[in-house]
Structures are given as structure tokens and as C-alpha cells.
Design a protein around this ligand. Sequence first.
Ligand code: ME8
Length: 512
Amino acid sequence: MQPYYVTTPIYYVNDEPHLGHIYTTIAADVLARHKRMSSFDTFFLTGVDEHGQKVQQAAETRGIEPIELADTVVARYESLWPQLEISNDDFIRTSSERHKKAAQAMWRRLENAGAIYKGFYEDWYCVPCETYWKETQLKEAECWESKTCPDCKRTVEKVQEESYFFRLSGFQDRLIEYIKANPDFIAPESRKNEVLRFIESGLHDLSVSRTTFSWGVPVPGDEDHVIYVWIDALTNYLSALGFPDQETPKHWPADVHLIGKDILRFHAIYWPAMLMAADLPLPKRIFAHGWWTVEGEKMSKSLGNALRPADLLADYDADVIRYFLLREVPFGQDGDFSFDALKLRYNSELANDIGNLLNRSLAMLNKYNDGVLGEPGEEEACDRALIADVEGMQRDVDALLNRQAFHLTLERISLVVRHGNRYVEDNAPWALAKAGDTARLNTVLYHLVETLRLVALQLAPFMPVKVEAMLAQIMSADVNASELMFHDLGGWGLLKAGHPCRKPEPVFPRMD
Ligand code: ME8
């Protein structure tokens, strides 16, 4: 089986999970589920980033140890993911022994390659972003007067300490060359150009250790230093695969690292440079998605408007949240979350389009044929067109998901649903029943049920629970979404004459 490896960022434990964290994780989950259904040997990793000054400070503010804070937030994530139907294969914690060992092994490789040297760091640092800034960079970004971070606009602090450095500047040309030679490496295109511009403006060596706090992985051989949290964190993608015991793990290189645009520079510059220095293969793709605001406002601690997943789940099914987040905003662009938009989309696309097609098709099958599929007769042009559309959808969905175009995927599936509803109107099964045209009636109902079955299959990665309910009615059997395989179930014509369907029960009741 061909391996497939998808990751999310590992989330900081200084804060509770919110809408932004579930977004990336749901997107990764859809890819993982789709690849499992496509018979790939899939590995889906998420986890938490526990070290660094930010987490240490958050713990100090609460008067607890960093590990206590981490344990509390980890428990929140671990209980949240199943509620959102997240099917991760592993959960990495950077405080775990397996990760510390990997981070130290990565350090040694960089050191052995001559990519690390000792020096003195005297410049600025943003704790919320865990980012170093040079005076010149603050000036260029017009943040010098205010002493604020060009990214998050919060106050930066002066850092003066002995530090190890990574020879990032030495990778400038190789990085540019690599990015240009591999056009799919960084997506979307606009982000790739942003990265290229950043590299072309000149890379400086990167400070990669700290001595003024202790919450991190010790530098091997010099335990007064802890490894810079980003060098530590990026290594998670390898530590979960058993690195360094496994030097070339089966699932490395990753097929795609999904991240938010806030952490693009770390993933598209530092991480590839580290891997180049360590002589390890680079991930195949890095996709940086956009930023969510909530009801028009930036989510922030001070405004207290961060959308908590628990509050969302109290009112909406996980599948509805999953569908909305990936349907509403093209992956890669910024978007706004609003409850009105969620209801609108739910009612029009899920209740009216899909729900209606399922209900009316099964209702007619029950009314005219006791819920049993009849033998389909000779195909007419409109039947062939419907089949062609279904098969086209299957190919398109695969291609679209390979480029993380979630909204286009759902749009493509919608096209078939709308085609199905038109097919009902055009063929008017009620008129065929009235006229006693059983042969044609059987054909039409058969095509509707097969279409619904194959639409449900394509929707399974997005809405596993809703699809189980849809397929239970269609298949008259209990269905487990995580066992559905395209290979077994993806062909048109699997259902045979005589197959019984259940009575329709609304899967997508209208929301008021
Ligand atoms: O950056 N809209 O962790 P983090 C969309 N530990 N996505 C959002 C979002 C928003 N408003 N807010 C957060 C870190 N995200 C590091 C990562 S990886 C080796 C280390 C999502 O807890 C998005 O995926 O700050 C973003 O990249 C991530 O959460 C940042 O999570």
C-alpha cells in the first residue's frame, strides 16, 4: 500500500482549543479519511507544542508548573478530537521522551553537518510568536518606535544571551532553487511568492537556543541551553514516525503539512533548511490556509470572543461544523464565521439539496415499490448523463482533494445532487407510477438510489456520521464510515434489483 502522511501544526498549550485549531485539524482529517478510503496506508498526526517561553510564562501566571498546564490542555484536546470525529493515528506531545530524543538527534545531525555554531544573540524576541526579530526588521516593518512584533503587533523584548546559531544564511540559494524547481511545494501560489520574496530579501543565521529559561529540550552536551522551541516543535513531524531509531521512516517525507498562514515562514524556510542540513528528504507540500474571524472580528483573548468548540458542539452536530468550515471559505483564503452563514448554508445545501433528494427518492421507492429496487430497464440519455456525472465527480473529487481544494470538492458533489433533483423533476416518477410505466419507474428510482449511495460515499470524509445515517437507509444495514472503501463500493451498479431500502428518516432536518 502506498503511504500517505498528513499533519496539522502542533498547538501551543498556553491556551484552550478554539475555532482556528479545529479548522486545520478537520481539514487534515478529511484528507486522511479520503486517503484511507482510497486504500492508502495513511498516517494522520496532530499533537501539542508544550515547550518555550510562552508556555512557561502562562504557567507562571497561573502559579503552576508548565507540565501541569500542558496536561490540562492536552486533556482538553484529547477529549475534543473524538467529539469532532477526528481520526488521528497518533498524538504527539513534545514533552514525551520519544520526542525529546528525536529533537536531540536532530540537533546532533545539524551539529555534525557543521550547521550549528556558538555565538551571542543581542536583538529582539516576540514571546507570543516565539520569534526572533532584528532591529532592521522592526524598522522595515515600522515597528521600531512601538517595539512591537511585525506579525502579531504585541510588545517585543530585548534578549541578550549566549546562544547557538543555525547557519540559515547558507541555505538561501538552495531554498530558492528548490522552491522554484518544485512548483507544488508551497501552496497557495500567493504564499509561495511571499516565501520567495522573504528569502530573496536575505536570510540571517538563526538563534536556536536559549539560556534565560529552562522549559524546553536541553541542548545535547550543553545543558545550560534549551533548544529553541521552533526547532524542537518542527521535529515533531519526524519524532512521531520513530525518528531517529527509524532514520528513513516509511511515512517520511510527509505528503502535506497543513498549517495556518501565521506559521508559514517556519515551515517553508526553517524546516526545509533544517532538513537540507540534516540530509533528510523535504516534505512534498506545505499548504498555508487563511485566517478566520468571528462575526467580523479578530478572535482575541482580550476581546474574549474566541469561538470555543464546546459551545459550537452544544448547538450543532460535528458534521455540520465540519461541512460548513470547509465549504464556506476557499481553503487558503481568509474567512468570517457567522451563525447566520452557517444556518443559510445548512438549510440550502444540506437540508434542501441533499436531504431533499434522499427523502423524496426513498419516499417514492417506498410508496411505489415497498422500498425495494426494481430491475432497471433500458437506459435513456438522461440516465447515462447522470451516471457520467457521478463518475466524473469521483475523478474530480480525488484530483481536487490532492490539491486541498475542499470547497471545490463540496461544490462538485453538490452539482451531482442538484443534477439528481433535476432528474427527479424531469422524469416525474409520480407520473410514471400513475401511467403504470413500471419499467421506466424502476429505472428512474434505481438511478436515484445509486446516485445517492455514491454521493454519500464521497461525502463520508467530510460528514462521517451523517453519511452513516444516509447509507443505513440506502443499504438497510448498519454502516461504519471508517470501513468504507472506494475500491469495494465506488462502482456504479453495486445495488441489485430486489435490494430493500429503509423508509426515509430526515438526516438533515431544517434549522430555524
Ligand atoms: O503556532 N484561523 O501553535 P498555535 C485559522 N505551536 N486558523 C487558526 C486561527 C484562526 N483564527 N488561529 C489558529 C503554533 N489557527 C505552533 C505550531 S507546528 C510545528 C508549531 C490554527 O497553537 C492554524 O493552523 O498558535 C495556525 O497555524 C495554528 O492554529 C497555530 O496554533
